[in-house]
Design a protein around this ligand. Sequence first.
Ligand code: ATP
Ligand code: MG
Length: 451
Amino acid sequence: MALITKAVKGTQDVLPSQSYKNQFIESTVMNIASDFGFKEIRTPVFEHTELFSRSVGDTTDVVQKEMYTFNDKGGRSITLRPEGTAGAARAFLEHGLTNEPMPQKVSYVTSCYRYEKPQTGRLREFHQFGIECYGTDSPAADAEVIALGNEIFGFLGIEEIRLEINSIGCPECRKNYHAALKEYFTARADELCPTCQERLERNPMRILDCKSPICKEIADGAPVILDYLCDDCREHFDKVKSYLDAMLISYEVNPRIVRGLDYYTRTVFEFVSDSIGAQGTVCGGGRYDGLIEELGGGHVPALGFAMGLERLLLLLDAQGIELPEDKKCDIYIASIGEAASLKAASLALELRQSGVSAQFDVVGRSVKAQMKYADKIGASFTAVLGDDDLQANAVKVKNMESGETTELSLDEFTDSFMNMTLQLAASRLQDAASAGDDFDISSILGSLGNL
Ligand code: ATP
Ligand code: MG
């Protein structure tokens, strides 16, 4: 296929028939975040390359292999964001949010770019929902951030997902741990992949996150960080667990989680599912108490997570969870002849101004073809407007579900149409209530075209 009609490898389009899912998910996660006090931050899609090599870490896979980096025409090295935390931290510092009352809590939905091998759940352009909380080292904040992720899965009705947590300690406890890791991996150094052989000297913990099967197998027998935590870090981790217990959030401690980015300290966690194949980590996050300092700011302990939205969609599909569909067409006004078409145009506009989703024929098709189209787009009501109706100043509106028709005056058409649908909704509710049924208001309103 010609290049111009083929999307770049690892990217994907979201077509109108599917985008309602993305819209629903994005608004859901941002609303839940807002209830937790996280407000949206928007940062640029590209940043100075240095920002990512500093924060994500230059021994990580992301920086070593996956970044989209280029020189712009001014000779600056620019990188498309591979994740959202670095840009948010940069903005936090640049705009002096350190002087605001703490904690500062931000959220975002952004596209991210990583040059990886495309496969299910792994794209080169993907989307993350992320949150960041600055200015607290309290374990209560860790638990709250985790609770927010947990709440999203719960709200969406996702059952098969587990929370795994770990603590990877502070630089202090890592000194001994690094030494132990180095000793362990040095013994099998010649079996490691070339990247990990380099990491052995500079950052042995990174080997634990390597995707190569051999390195993975060797890493399985490596010492675990939990055995090396200092007293403060151990106490911190214990308190995080107490808060999770108090919130009745179940978790497993997985001492093997280290996360792929260098900036993490202490608590790290992942929400993992077995129903979407090898790329099962839908959400990953943790604490990064040293990042703001690393970027030139003061000591601002912080934490956050990022959730992969494509993986979340895969998970919803895998579990057969349907999301509420987009608002369908409430009324389609078909027309015969030019005068009727003009009237249909003005009626449709007026209806939309009152929040009714209305459409009329903009193709110039026969009435039969117009009605076929109305059926296809799932119009809840239709009207066929002809010269006679204009003369009589009234038109029959047909309920496409029941087949019933009601004549409405063309004057104040919008008001009468809305009254009619409200009455219909009220009578259905009454029927449902008097029959003593368990009824679902949203489905009744939905069947009336989401008015
Ligand atoms: P993985 O181990 O799967 O490579 P990661 O540790 O690189 O993930 P993070 O950097 O923590 O992932 O990103 C957070 C989340 O973003 C992941 O849990 C995942 O849901 C999503 N994600 C990361 N990389 C991709 C990608 N290439 N395509 C789609 N989603 C991704
Ligand atoms: Mg990765």
